[in-house]
Design a protein around this ligand. Structure first.
Ligand SMILES: Nc1nc2c(ncn2[C@@H]2O[C@H](COP(=O)(O)OP(=O)(O)OP(=O)(O)O)[C@@H](O)[C@H]2O)c(=O)[nH]1
Length: 329
């Protein structure tokens, strides 16, 4: 998918043509990894200046490795960074969890640089990495790649005086490329991250074109926007077993007709997603449609079905189909 020009602030300001005296272009891959809910997808979106990944205030939102291409000058020199946003790394509780961990671990090997994202408030409180963060670091270490440690959600740290001593302790834990406190939500202090990543990338370009944003088709993002709307409204344990499949895509010129099936694991979950008199499904569909229309910049008719597929989160074949191909068929 190409970069949506109207929604990318960087597009309006960045001049991708280098100045004659600028350093040569550099390009490579950076994998964003960390335990669930630390803000990896929010950081990807902030770095790209556009919303690519869905975000939710609950662990386990990201279901697949997502490519997002940063292509802009860093200190005047063109820099292409293929960021890979990964599912949160944690001890898996289901087959779905195992596949997500496999995906994230596999992605680590693809990075020229690894970015370990942790929760600033949590490490400040402990004056150390949490055991869950440490486990991610242990997966990264044997790969021998430069690791940037980013302490996210620094906006939530009340006692900012505790930050410096924490950074000093963390600096001794590993020979990091750098340690950066930042806020992905506010977009603050992200420039030092990009600058450091650039230092470790080889000269050259990954993509000749200057508007590559991702390698996923529009249908993938449509399914994700439906899942995001659902995550925003449905509580309890339902979201863990939800997948969205796009099964109708008819371009009628003025209107794009899309049909999606929301897959859940139990009848009781189906009832929650539909809600009393269908109110919940209506809310989800309406919110998803508005976001899809904004993304595609066209009028959309969205039809939503809900289907029970018992035990799909424990069936390796179904998990792979739904998380990687986005469809059971
Ligand atoms: N206060 C604050 N909240 C943030 C920040 N970055 C992310 N969040 C919030 O943290 C929650 C989780 O964000 P995500 O980006 O979905 O986290 P993730 O690490 O991709 O989550 P998983 O997909 O579960 O691994 C959301 O509610 C975000 O709004 C930040 O810098 N400050």
């Amino acid at each position: 998918m190409a970069r949506p020009r109207s929604t990318t602030p960087r597009d309006s300001t960045a001049n991708r043509k280098q100045k004659p005296d600028a350093a040569p272009p550099r390009a490579g891959r950076c994998v964003i990894a960390g335990r669930p809910n630390v803000g990896k997808s929010t950081l990807l979106n902030a770095l790209l200046g556009t919303k690519l990944a869905i975000v939710a205030p609950r662990p386990g939102t990201t279901r697949t490795v997502l490519l997002g291409v940063f292509d802009a000058p860093v200190e005047g020199a063109r820099t292409q960074i293929a960021f890979l946003d990964t599912p949160g790394l944690e001890a898996p509780k289901s087959m779905l969890g195992r596949v997500l961990v496999e995906e994230a671990q596999g992605a680590l090997e693809q990075g020229d640089v690894l970015l370990l994202l942790v929760d600033a408030g949590d490490v400040v409180k402990r004056r150390a990495l949490a055991p869950e963060d440490q486990r991610v670091l242990e997966l990264m270490k044997p790969l021998g790649k430069p690791i940037v440690l980013a302490l996210n959600k620094v906006d939530k740290v009340k006692d900012k005086g505790q930050l410096l001593p924490t950074l000093e302790v963390l600096a001794k834990a590993h020979p990091w490329a750098t340690i950066v406190p930042c806020s992905a939500l506010r977009g603050s202090n992200l420039a030092p991250i990009v600058k450091e990543i650039r230092e470790h990338l080889p000269e050259g370009l990954l993509y000749e074109e200057d508007d590559v944003l991702t390698d996923r088709p529009e249908r993938f993002f449509v399914a994700e926007l439906v899942r995001e709307a659902l995550l925003a409204h449905v509580r309890q344990e339902v979201p863990h077993g939800v997948a969205v499949q796009v099964d109708e895509w008819v371009d009628e010129g003025k209107l794009l007709r899309i049909g999606v099936t929301i897959i859940v694991t139990k009848d009781s979950h189906k009832a929650i997603v539909i809600g009393a008199r269908g109110e919940m499904l209506k809310t989800i569909g309406q919110e998803a449609r508005e976001n899809i229309e904004a993304m595609l910049e066209r009028k959309v008719f969205l039809r939503t079905f809900v289907k029970v597929v018992p035990g799909w989160t424990e069936d390796p074949e179904k998990v792979r189909r739904l998380t990687r191909e986005g469809s059971l068929s």
